[in-house]
Design a protein around this ligand. Structure first.
Ligand SMILES: Nc1ncnc2c1ncn2[C@@H]1O[C@H](COP(=O)(O)OP(=O)(O)OP(=O)(O)O)[C@@H](O)[C@H]1O
Length: 244
């Protein structure tokens, strides 16, 4: 279980803009949580705080009750927090097969690797021995990263806007992949997304606006209010709760 307690963070450069205000959030075990909200609301920053890429000025990050606030990204990765959609390691000669085995942290036989690739819609024959370099498209890289998350089986996997740069056809497949990921990955998944179809498969939805959590609860409670945005009003406008 991940717990954020009173997390606040100001912009590292100018030190004036408060990006996260006193955030309290619990992500339970085996939950599929989607964080959404207006542009600039602080979602990516929150993901970076959880992954250990940014350090909050105040507050605590607890993983299974242990305070990991001071731990860096490598320590957190070892403790079971994976931040997907960073650039994967690309050193000369590394293949898709190597990356997946490295992510899994154990030897995988060929049928297992092929099974993973197949699930994300990549033909194993074409990709397994392909070098991970600039020749792979953005969508292909994202699928490989999802395979890495599947193989890694960590406590918490964070995806920041997985839909970005994905074409409509691939996006439909991506939703299926996330449904599978949800069944297969034993830990929790936290996805930052604006996409209704990703929100529709969430267990819980968190709305982050202007650095505040303005709503958090089961999908059935949160989604209808979120979609009720007729005339440009915003059901979760920060503080006022009235029209944005
Ligand atoms: N290093 C920084 N220095 C100054 N401002 C920053 C910095 N990082 C983020 N911000 C600002 O903090 C706010 C939150 O940014 P963040 O990227 O977390 O938002 P977001 O909710 O992920 O947005 P989007 O939906 O557009 O991706 C934005 O106004 C952004 O400009």
């Amino acid at each position: 279980m991940l717990q954020l307690k009173h997390i606040s963070l100001t912009a590292p450069e100018d030190g004036k803009k408060v990006i996260l205000h006193d955030i309290d959030l619990t992500v339970g075990d085996n939950k599929f949580v989607v964080v959404t909200g207006p542009n600039g609301g602080g979602k990516s920053t929150l993901a970076k705080v959880i992954a250990g890429i940014m350090t909050p000025e105040s507050g605590q990050v607890l993983l299974d009750g242990t305070d990991i606030t001071g731990h860096n990204i490598t320590q957190r990765a070892n403790e079971g927090i994976t931040f997907a959609f960073q650039q994967p390691v690309r050193f000369k000669g590394i293949t898709v097969r190597d990356l997946i085995i490295t992510a899994a942290g154990r030897q995988l036989d060929e049928p297992e690797i092929c099974g993973y690739l197949h699930q994300v819609g990549l033909c194993p024959r074409d990709y397994i021995d392909r070098e991970v370099n600039q020749s792979l498209s953005g969508g292909e890289i994202k699928r490989i990263e999802i395979v890495m998350a599947m193989a890694r089986k960590t406590k918490l996997t964070i995806f920041d806007e997985p839909e970005a740069g994905i074409d409509l056809w691939s996006f439909t497949n991506l939703i299926d992949v996330f449904k599978q990921l949800r069944q297969q990955v034993s830990g929790s998944i936290l996805i930052i997304s604006h996409q209704e179809r990703i929100l529709e498969i969430a267990d819980e939805i968190v709305v982050l606006a202007d650095g505040h959590i303005t709503a958090h609860g089961p999908r059935e409670e949160i989604l209808p209010a979120l979609l009720d945005t007729e005339g440009g009003s915003c059901a979760y406008c920060p503080r006022t709760g009235r029209e944005a």
